[in-house]
Write a protein that binds this ligand. Sequence first.
Ligand code: SF4
Ligand code: SF4
Length: 75
Amino acid sequence: MEKKEILDGQKLSPGPVGRWIIYIDKCTGCGECVDACSLELLYIENEKVQMKEERYCTECEDCASACAFRAITFR
Ligand code: SF4
Ligand code: SF4
């Protein structure tokens, strides 16, 4: 099964995007949140975290919990 199918199966009706918020000034690019996201939705670019496809985000908050700098929150 392709990764996309797995992701699509996680959330049958896509939620509203824009709930996941990064305070970019606080982000050090340490990558802890990237490792914490089991759906592999996060990546580091230019030493800052980025979200790949927010519609797949389940808002589990694992990334926020992993961030020692409190750079991630939810609307
Ligand atoms: S854990 Fe926090 S500081 Fe580290 S990359 Fe993620 S958002 Fe940035
Ligand atoms: S809230 Fe959960 S699913 Fe969404 S990016 Fe963070 S760890 Fe991944």
